[in-house]
Design a protein around this ligand. Structure first.
Ligand code: F6R
Length: 607
């Protein structure tokens, strides 16, 4: 986690560094800081909390800088305090360093350094790195890195400056994203955790691979391996859309992104359906896809919920066995992957460390990888054999909304493409495509009645515990709705299989424990109605999200929000929008910080 940014060039590094950090704030917002060289002095400023705090502090007392490195933190080791904010410095303040990742053996290294008399100013694992570099420094930063880096266990990206080396930024990475950008004339260069933080003037990018070091100067960028052998690395050109991110009149990015979904689902389908056939620009041969016998989906959080829906879609539409594994578990399993297994790595950011690691392990075992990502040039999209992009545009709110519905649209499209390859009739394909193309309209219908959900949310906003129940397609949908609520409202919300409640969890039910029932899976609607009777009998307030006309549920629920009808495989869309709005309005009612909830970050690049 954490975002690293550095700038060297012809412009004032301070505003550029602040701009870059703001682009990276999705990676963490516990604290931020900037350090730079001015002549042969290291100057710095850091602040606990969001980048806006740092910005205010710098507005009062700006730093004059020749070059700068900056950091936005998601706390792992040590509280989100000023002292633990990056950059970190050696004892003589000759080095400033920013770090993303986790140094797993930091405690051993810390004890060793303490025995040598090193004093630590912070509780972070990162600080050991700067002291080790200082310990080994004998006039060459590269030489000090060469001795330090092999001692570090874990994953990291780091950038540092040294007061004896004006005009130079050093950076390196292992299992954490880091890239260098520069302009065509080579007058300025950027080091960043994500190329989406580059300037419009720096469209050339080089991604660091594991255990590579870069020395960045104004006119030159030099790459080395750990033995300090120079490396020749090719740059790529990125076509970033440098659009200022705006809430466009909405109170929060989350609300704006919820309302974008009719358009973003359409974008996921756009150009991929023509004359009732699906065209996917895949780099996996049709022959290979026809022979698939198993699909293994990987993801975390919201992307895992999309993956669970994917298993149902593959089973129902393609009739192919598929399974979903949470990536943080998958990476330590011993999965049975054969050449006819396709691994589908789902990730909005394309940078999630667990998903990336699980995907790499599957690749090592010989599986083909399909990435489903939103962010172009992300690590997963670069390393997958083929990637289907969501084309949803930047998702700023930490709480994911539009990415989820774009993920399920894209997976549904891929499932239908595969089904056709495996013999689905044209008539069946047309039927499903027609139903899929109705989804943006269904989403719009829910959005147009957002005020009804706001009124319902007001009624439920004071409760501290919720169950979200669902069956079949409504189970991952219920889990996703529960995740939204806990993420931004900080209440206890569990997505649970409706039929499983009676096997234990029903013991929790009382009149202070509302049940939100997602009833849109038609195949099981009578079953969920019975489950609602069971919780109603025990005093739970019941709110149902149900398709129009489902009277069996209407007579049980205390409150009901009617949804447009949809076939079971595509019913998750409308229910999801209702769940997102419900969570949003509860958070609003409770006065929570919606776009940047506490303890979270948009991109989780640590294990
Ligand atoms: C929830 C949320 C997270 C992410 C998860 C995976 O609203 O945003 O649960 O879905 O951290 O992130 P990606 O999709 O970027 O791999």
């Amino acid at each position: 986690m954490c975002g690293i940014f550095g700038y060297i060039g012809t412009k004032d590094p301070l505003p550029i560094c602040l701009f870059g950090l703001k682009q990276l704030e999705y990676r963490g917002y516990d604290s931020s800081g900037i350090a730079g060289l001015y002549g042969k002095e290291i100057v710095s400023c850091k602040e606990a909390g969001k980048i806006s705090g740092l910005e205010k502090k710098l507005a009062l007392k700006p730093l004059a800088l020749d070059l700068a490195i900056g950091h936005t933190r998601w706390a792992t080791h040590g509280k989100p305090t000023h002292l633990n904010a990056h950059p970190h410095f050696d004892r003589a303040s000759s080095i400033a360093l920013v770090h993303n990742g986790i140094i797993e053996n930091y405690d051993l290294l810390r004890e060793e350094l303490k025995r040598d008399g090193t004093h630590f100013a912070s509780e972070t694992d990162s600080e050991v790195i700067v002291h080790l570099i200082a310990k080994y420094y004998q006039g060459s930063v590269l030489g000090a890195l060469q001795r330090t880096l092999p001692q570090l266990r874990g994953s990291f990206a780091l950038a540092l400056i040294h007061r004896d080396h004006p005009g130079q930024i050093f950076a390196t990475s292992r299992e954490c994203p880091l890239c260098v950008g520069f302009d065509d004339a080579r007058t300025e260069a950027i080091v960043s955790s994500d190329p989406n933080a580059f300037l419009a003037t720096t469209p050339n990018v080089v991604f660091l691979r594991n255990n590579e070091i870069v020395k960045v100067e104004k006119n030159q960028t030099s790459f080395f391996n750990y033995s300090l052998v120079p490396l020749v690395k090719k740059s790529e050109r990125i076509d970033s859309e440098f659009k200022a991110l705006s809430k466009e009149g909405y109170e929060h990015f989350m609300l704006k992104e919820i309302h974008e979904q009719p358009a973003t689902v359409q974008k996921a389908l756009l150009g991929r359906i023509d004359q009732a056939q699906i065209h996917l620009d895949l780099k996996l041969s049709e022959e290979k896809l026809k022979q698939l016998r198993h699909i293994w989906l990987l993801g975390c959080g919201t992307s895992a919920h999309a993956g669970w829906l994917g298993t149902l879609l593959f089973e129902d539409l393609v009739r192919i066995p598929s399974s979903m594994e949470i990536a943080s578990e998958a990476r330590y399993r011993n999965p049975i992957l054969t050449p006819d297994t396709l691994v589908v790595a789902i990730s909005q950011s394309g940078e999630t460390a667990d998903t990336l690691a699980a995907m790499r392990e599957a690749k090592r075992r010989g599986s083909s990888i399909l990435g489903i990502c939103n962010i172009k040039n992300s690590a997963i999209s670069r390393e997958a054999d083929s990637t289907l992009y969501l084309n949803a545009g930047p998702e700023v709110s930490v709480c994911s909304t539009k990415a989820f519905t774009s993920q399920i649209s894209t997976i549904a499209l891929f499932a239908l493409y595969l089904a056709k390859l495996k013999g689905m009739s044209d008539a069946q394909l047309h039927y499903y495509l027609d139903e899929l193309e109705k989804v943006p309209g269904q989403i719009q219908q829910v959005l147009s009645r957002a005020s009804e959900l706001q009124a319902i949310a007001k009624k439920y906003a004071a409760y501290e515990d919720f169950f979200f129940l669902g069956r079949r397609y409504m189970l991952p949908t219920a889990m996703e709705a529960a995740l939204k609520l806990k993420e931004i409202s900080y209440v206890n919300a569990n997505g649970y299989p409706a039929g499983e409640l009676k096997h234990g969890a029903i013991a929790l039910i009382n009149e202070r424990f509302p049940v939100i029932a997602l009833c849109s899976n038609i195949q099981t609607h009578e079953k969920i109605a019975s489950n609602l009777m069971e919780v109603k009998a025990r005093g739970a307030p019941v709110l149902a999200f149900a398709p129009q006309g489902m009277e069996a549920v209407a007579s049980i629920a205390d409150d009901i929000f009617w949804l447009p009808p949809a076939i079971d495989p595509f019913a998750p869309f409308a229910s999801t929008i209702a769940g997102q709005l419900f969570a949003y309005y509860i958070a609003l009612e409770r006065g929570c910080e919606i776009d940047q909830p506490r303890n979270l970050a948009k991109s989780v690049t640590v294990e």
